[in-house]
Ligand binder design. Structure first.
Ligand SMILES: NC(=O)c1ccc[n+]([C@@H]2O[C@H](COP(=O)([O-])OP(=O)(O)OC[C@H]3O[C@@H](n4cnc5c(N)ncnc54)[C@H](OP(=O)(O)O)[C@@H]3O)[C@@H](O)[C@H]2O)c1
Length: 488
């Protein structure tokens, strides 16, 4: 009897395969503008489902993947056996997340998939300096309560912002992140947080786009790369030490693979699957073009023993880690995406706050963040005088007065530093221009988690800093932070 993938209960009512079939490759296959034949691609999905690979991952921008899945789900309607599951993503451009914007984004997903309820809606947000993701999450929760979304996940959220959402009370069940032998960021703070809170990881890139397979053992470095997925993971390979380092990893994987009678791909994927916070691995499929189902099923025929793990740990010591936390590859250098440098894309996003001249003087600018108190009390969120930017004492106040992460200084510090970054950017600077920060805490016990957050934002900048405990902050806040920057 053929081996079938293990299953896991991702969240109540959502049992999924531990190997999810990823459909980003559909976008690559359609990049010349010709869409895949929908019926043929849907029946290729049915072949996956029959073999137990019946959970599928896609997104709003994966070519016609949602439409193909819609056709496939239609074909499956009324069929006996396990219900196939379809996860999609909504990745809006940063901007005001009104109820209409969010509802129309989700309505489009529902329509393209042809379903009443989305099994798992994963939300991506390009820049946390823009606080719209909080409003988007609120509306997504409302849609969940109305039955249009079964479960809510996120994708490419770093630990600080995943934590912020969870501590603010949003019911996040999963974070979809890059996790592989090439990229072990998700095994650090992210896994610790997920294990402590029950959020599960859906791991992509486990095969490095195909580079972590038998095909590349001992092979020369490619001079040109044909598909998007490999273009992306070649950047990861270059960061961790280049082609010779990849070959060292592949040689170790091949030894282990031979011992268990499986493939290099199986060993690379198994290593990720055995990470404790990982619910499932997502492996990309080129529907109707190539399939590796029989080989991938062997993933569930063995497990890594202590010698294997030790051998892998040994070989990984020769690699440089990918810097930062999950999702940083989309938000800051080194941009490790298929197209490489995303800074143009990020720079094209308008500033979060509008700057106005003070007293009509162009060398004096100010911004408001929308608090009702700014005009009443006569202050600005931040001012720029010449090349100097001063940011007022900032609290984790969202919109017209909602406190983010009530009682949680660490979550508040994340929200505050994003607002400070947005303030400085709206006045023409960057966080890297910061020369001074002051942190006010209402409880000195919070000094370390807050200071560690400060370190994650300013570790490379190292502004002068003062940390104070004061008897009480105005309002029900755990922390307030002010900053000063000099541009240029
Ligand atoms: N959230 C995000 O930002 C994000 C980003 C990237 C990907 N993803 C998700 O993750 C999925 C995985 O995509 P990925 O780009 O990370 O690629 P991947 O899964 O690391 O690699 C997929 C490629 O590996 C090859 N392959 C698969 N099984 C194999 C086996 N047993 N033996 C040999 N080769 C095998 C296939 O290449 P050939 O077809 O060429 O043989 C396949 O196209 C995507 O489809 C998407 O759903 C999400």
């Amino acid at each position: 009897m053929s081996i079938r993938p293990d299953r896991t209960l991702l969240a109540p009512g959502l049992e999924i395969s531990r190997m999810v079939t990823g459909l980003w490759q559909v976008a690559d296959m359609e990049r010349d503008g010709r869409l895949l034949d929908r019926d043929a691609a849907a029946s290729a999905m049915a072949d996956y489902a029959r073999a137990g690979f019946d959970s599928f991952d896609m997104a709003d921008h994966y070519g016609s993947a949602e439409l193909i899945t819609g056709r496939f789900l239609d074909m499956q309607a009324g069929a006996e056996g396990q219900r196939p599951t379809a996860f999609t993503k909504w990745c809006p451009s940063p901007g005001p997340m009104s109820a209409d914007v969010v509802r129309s984004g989700i309505a489009e997903r529902l329509e393209r998939l042809g379903v009443e309820t989305i099994d798992l809606l994963q939300f991506h947000w390009w820049m946390f300096e823009h606080p719209g993701y909080i409003d988007a999450m609120k509306e997504l929760v409302a849609l969940q309560q109305e039955g249009r979304i079964l479960h809510l996940g996120v994708t490419n959220f770093d630990t600080d912002h995943l934590r912020l959402l969870v501590k603010h009370g949003f019911p996040i069940v999963s974070n979809q992140v890059s996790f592989s032998l090439l990229d072990r960021r998700a095994g650090e703070d992210m896994s610790r947080f997920c294990l402590a809170t029950g959020v599960r990881l859906l791991a992509y890139g486990t095969l490095g786009g195909g580079f972590l397979t038998d095909r590349w053992v001992g092979a020369p470095e490619p001079t040109s790369i044909e598909d998007w997925s490999k273009s992306k993971y070649k950047r990861f390979i270059d960061v961790i030490g280049g082609w010779p380092v990849l070959q060292t990893i592949l040689a170790a994987l091949q030894e282990i693979a031979r011992k268990h009678g499986v493939s290099v791909a199986n060993v690379a994927t198994r290593w990720v699957l055995e990470q404790p916070a990982v619910a499932s691995v997502i492996v990309g499929a080129r529907l109707g073009e190539r399939e590796h189902r029989a080989d991938n099923a062997a993933l569930f025929s063995f497990s890594l023993d202590e010698d294997d793990k030790q051998r892998i740990d040994e070989v990984l010591t020769s690699t440089r880690p990918i810097p930062g936390d999950c999702g940083d590859e989309y938000r800051r250098p080194p941009f490790l995406t298929a197209s490489g440098d995303l800074s143009h894309h990020l720079e094209s996003i308008p500033p979060v706050f509008d700057a106005f001249p003070i007293d009509g003087r162009p060398d004096r600018l100010r911004i408001d963040s929308g608090s009702v108190w700014e005009p009443i009390c006569g202050y600005s969120r931040a001012v720029r005088i010449g090349n100097r930017i001063l940011v007022s004492g900032t609290t984790a106040t969202h919109g017209s007065g909602e406190i983010i992460c009530p009682g949680d200084a660490q979550g508040q510090a994340v929200y505050i530093l994003d607002k400070i970054a947005a303030s400085i950017a709206s006045l023409g600077g960057t966080l890297a221009d910061t020369i001074r920060t002051r942190i006010y805490l209402s409880n000195a016990d919070d000094w370390e988690p807050v200071s560690r957050v400060h370190g994650r934002y300013f570790g490379a900048v190292r502004p002068a800093n003062t940390l104070l405990e004061i008897s009480r902050l105005v309002g029900d806040y755990a922390v307030e932070i002010e900053a000063e920057a000099v541009v240029g």
